[in-house]
Design a protein around this ligand. Sequence first.
Ligand code: ACM
Length: 261
Amino acid sequence: MKIGYIQFNPVFGEKETNFHTVEKITKGVKADLLVLPELFATGYTFNSKIEAEQMSEKQGEETTNFLQDLSSSTRAILVGGFIEKINNKIFNAALVVNEKQVIGIYEKVHLFYKEKLWFEPGNRGFQVWKFQNWNLGVMICFDWIFPESCRSLSLQGADIIAHPANLVLPYCQRSMITRSLENRVFTITANRFGKEHRGQDNFSFSGGSQITDPSGNVLISAEKNETKVDIVDIDPSVAHNKQMNEYNNLFKDRRNQYYFL
Ligand code: ACM
């Protein structure tokens, strides 16, 4: 199975430009699963809720259509971030699509910094979508700092965790190695790079997208500031096996009665 990430530097507020960039860099690419960054079409650093609302969309509108077209040309299942509008609420969300349909939507559970001023915290929970011989979980950016995110997805059977991101802290890439190892899953962190200076905020996004495997190896990673599509070949069934040795099973050995919730 071929899985990959698409790393680039989105231009704030310019959906068509960003769609065009992604289209250009994925020309000729074929894969089974491709992950784009968080909010890849809109950019990240909003100045107001109104501004974020103006770039929001319902499922089935332009970002959905773009991702479905990309799914058709790459033959991949696509995961990519968008601002989801439901009635008068907006969510920092990610679409999971194939060329025929929207397979699912994940709404970011753990909002970072001023996202709390514009977005509703996600209320669809951590979900896993089942395919022929592998299962997909999705989380978005800052969800990484809560190990419960990866654990919740893995306990539901996720073999691969797609992780669209706009990372501004320097720790995530290292943490995802541990998240992979402790859950024995593959992870795909698709991060953006570049800077956004808007209003009081001046963000530098860290690039360094990466794919990790159930043994905590980084299978491939991008540089900090490069436009890149990277694809690796994996066997997702490796993630089915949670047995570490003859005596230890990562999931069966958990002792819930001693964990504080
Ligand atoms: C983040 O969650 N985009 C830092």
